[in-house]
Design a binder for this molecule. Structure first.
Ligand SMILES: CC(C)(COP(=O)(O)OP(=O)(O)OC[C@H]1O[C@@H](n2cnc3c(N)ncnc32)[C@H](O)[C@@H]1OP(=O)(O)O)[C@@H](O)C(=O)NCCC(=O)NCCS
Length: 217
């Protein structure tokens, strides 16, 4: 263990030829400067008049990182994994637990750089964090949501065995302001994940030292 104060930083997930490791302060500049334009960020985040929109997005990402690291508890946590292939960053994959010790449910979000899309990496990196969730974190369910027209995100979820979990009408921020649109919700339960052997081929390193952070004995 090299990070005795924050062992999360020693956690590693390996799947196919991808490595996932929790984002650190040192990754922020690179991740912020490569955020794809189609990645939706928190629409309620603070914006400043006159700020360059690219800087705004990177700043929101920086603040989200500090927020989730700084307010981490076993009950509510969110970890962003930097995803690398052959040593180069290709995207990020988030895993989140809210009221996790009671609900045992995780949520996910992710992005890939445009050049890395459509090659199965989106499914692989989601499988990696689900293997962590349904494996040592002992989750009972994973939920996810995407706008009805985000076919790649919905495609990843469906390919991994998530089932329909309803739809909701939500406010969507577009070029012309806000308008109502349909969010699709999906859910994957532990039994289906285990039956499909979704975690086969995923290697997890450095988890034992993190057990305490997730409220596990
Ligand atoms: C979401 C994202 C990470 C997925 O990565 P990806 O590389 O495209 O995903 P994969 O290639 O692993 O798999 C995509 C799946 O969706 C399917 N898919 C993709 N586009 C599709 C379309 N237009 N219609 C139907 N299915 C589609 C693919 O066929 C594949 O499923 P399959 O294996 O069953 O054939 C990536 O598209 C991305 O970064 N999008 C922008 C950010 C974003 O919207 N993130 C999600 C919300 S947080």
């Amino acid at each position: 263990m090299t990070n005795r104060y924050w062992p999360l930083f020693d956690l590693r997930l390996h799947v196919d030829d991808l490595e996932l490791r929790p984002m650190t302060e040192a990754d922020q500049e690179l991740v912020a400067s490569t955020l794809p334009a189609d990645l939706e960020l928190d629409p309620s985040a603070t914006t400043y008049a006159g700020e360059d929109p690219h800087i705004t997005r990177g700043r929101i990402m920086h603040q989200a990182y500090w927020k989730y690291m700084g307010t981490w508890t076993p009950k509510a946590w969110r970890v962003t994994f930097v995803v690398s292939r052959q040593g180069a960053m290709i995207g990020a994959q988030e895993l989140e637990g809210n009221d996790f010790t009671m609900l045992r449910t995780v949520d996910t979000a992710s992005f890939l750089l445009p050049a890395a899309r459509g090659q199965g990496h989106g499914k692989a990196m989601r499988r990696a964090v689900l293997a962590l969730a349904f494996g040592p974190l002992e989750a009972q369910a994973a939920i996810t949501e995407a706008w009805h027209d985000n076919h790649a995100s919905l495609g990843v979820s469906r390919a991994l065995g998530y089932l329909p979990n309803g739809e909701s009408l939500e406010s969507r921020h577009g070029a012309d302001g806000e308008s109502p649109d349909t969010m699709v919700h999906l859910r994957l339960v532990r039994r289906d994940w285990l039956e499909r052997r979704g975690g086969d081929g995923v290697r997890i390193e450095g988890f034992d030292a993190c057990r305490m952070l997730f409220g596990l004995d």
